[in-house]
Design a protein around this ligand. Structure first.
Ligand SMILES: O=C(CO)COP(=O)(O)O
Length: 159
């Protein structure tokens, strides 16, 4: 049974210090998992882990996507839709509009749709990482959207 999870870490610029402190606090637990980050967040996470671990960047189990505003949020959303993310830690900024607000909304929407455990601030991230389910083999139930996928479109019935 594989308890190693694919954990996404993302933070907006004003929240990156918060995430760096949180990663520093939880580095030992995080290193047991595969980390997926948007570009700038990922560089900061790798730096924080390197400071702790004295390791080389490449030796961490970490995937760096594009920077959020350049498509990173969408890449992460696509990974969620493909079942490739088991937890999302996303410190989004409640005080500043982002140029890619629509992508932020889409990412959070897909995390909700696919029932991905999601933390949006330090306290919820603390609860998430300290849950026994985080290190266990928990599989979230995803709603059955068969009815939606196979719906009949009025006026377009197949002959
Ligand atoms: O914009 C982001 C999330 O919406 C994060 O992107 P960066 O990690 O590249 O700063």
């Amino acid at each position: 049974m594989d308890t190693k999870k694919r954990v996404a870490l993302v933070a907006h610029d004003n929240m990156k210090r918060d995430l760096a402190e949180w990663v520093d606090w939880n580095w030992e637990k995080l290193l047991q998992h595969h980390l997926i980050c948007t570009g700038t967040t990922g560089k900061m996470v790798a730096r924080t882990l390197m400071d702790r671990r004295g390791n080389e960047h490449g030796r961490f189990d970490i995937t760096l996507l594009k920077s959020g505003p350049l498509g990173g949020d969408q890449q992460l959303g696509a990974m969620i839709a493909e079942g490739g993310v088991e937890a999302l830690i996303f410190f989004w900024d409640p005080m500043q509009a982002q140029p890619h607000d629509v992508d932020v909304k889409a990412l959070l929407r897909l995390a909700t749709l696919y029932n991905v455990p999601t933390a949006i601030n330090r306290s919820s991230a603390d609860f998430l990482i300290s849950s026994p389910l985080f290190g266990g083999d928990y599989v979230p139930v995803v709603k059955d959207y068969k009815g939606y996928v196979e719906r009949t479109l009025s006026g377009l019935e197949q002959k």
